[in-house]
Design a protein around this ligand. Structure first.
Ligand code: NAI
Length: 257
């Protein structure tokens, strides 16, 4: 059995850079028709120029009208949407006591409302087809949040619950809905790449596999969740974190070497 995703129409939000770009590349590599959404027109133009995206649309996922227009364009052009990957997300940090409420709303607008907007736009089309895959970017922060990251952790926990509810609501239409929880993948969103050796070692000590995650680690999981091999998996949160806190002190096994 092989993952065969050729000809599948796949929508990736936040495809302009980071993990989303790698997800788009992975699906293009499998022969899927990739539609890329992002805020950054320059990044989208590059995706089209490199033949990663068949269609690239500048779209703010917090705006339901822009999202509806994007899905209408997809329906008009391809007549279907097989896979929706809700990858776009933002982080904002600060202690909860003094956290700017407007910033709290912004985090939820992108990470939670954005997922609601894309799902509401895509579900009618998937129901018409009687098939579909929705794959949502949660985070390890939805399992164990970090200090100064309440807005992010709460928003990603909301994504997990939306995933579970949608999985049940859409089961009768043969649509699966899953979420994944990346651990630590150095991208422009975070400062992992800039940590000094000692700080990096402290972070890596949290991981059973003791290496930073790669965007490809997430993209590979998305390929699996989008394909026929995963057809009996729905409502799941899959941890793609290298075994983050699989035990209280994963680093102990490395120190014992
Ligand atoms: P990133 O910041 O490198 O890329 C995010 C992309 O989303 C950017 O291209 C940005 O323009 C786009 N975007 C942001 N707001 C948008 C909006 N309103 N409408 C459309 N596009 C928008 O982030 P990264 O690291 O690639 O993360 C991707 C996803 O994975 C996010 O949901 C993030 O929360 C999640 N994640 C990442 C982890 C990591 O270690 N990098 C860990 C856990 C979760």
């Amino acid at each position: 059995m092989q993952i065969d995703l050729s000809g599948r129409v796949v929508l990736v939000t936040g495809a302009g850079r980071g993990i989303g770009r790698t997800i788009a590349e992975a699906f293009a590599g499998e022969g899927s028709t990739v539609v890329a959404l992002d805020l950054d027109p320059g990044a989208l133009a590059a995706l089209e120029a490199e033949s990663i995206a068949d269609l690239a649309l500048t779209c703010d996922i917090t705006d339901p009208e822009q999202v509806r227009d994007a899905v209408a364009t997809i329906e008009e052009r391809y007549g279907r949407l097989d896979v929706l990957i809700n990858n776009a997300g933002i982080n904002a940090e600060g202690p909860l006591e003094s956290f700017d409420p407007a910033l709290w709303d912004t985090v939820f607008a992108v990470n939670v409302r954005g997922v609601l907007n894309t799902c509401q736009a895509a579900i009618p089309l998937m129901k018409k087809q009687g098939s579909g895959r929705i794959i949502n970017a949660a985070s390890f922060a939805a399992i164990i949040p970090s200090v100064d990251a309440a807005a992010y952790g709460a928003s990603k926990a909301a994504v997990v619950q939306m995933t579970r509810v949608l999985a049940s609501e859409l089961g009768p239409w043969g649509i699966t809905v899953n979420a994944y929880a990346p651990g630590m993948i150095p991208t422009a969103m975070n400062g992992f790449a800039a940590l000094d050796e000692e700080a990096a070692a402290t972070k890596l000590d949290q991981l059973s596999l003791r290496r930073w995650g790669l965007p490809e680690d997430v993209a590979n999981l998305c390929l699996f969740l989008a394909g026929d091999l995963s057809s009996y998996i729905t409502g799941a949160l899959l941890d793609v974190s290298g075994g983050k806190f699989a035990t209280q002190d994963p680093g102990a096994a490395w120190r014992a070497l």
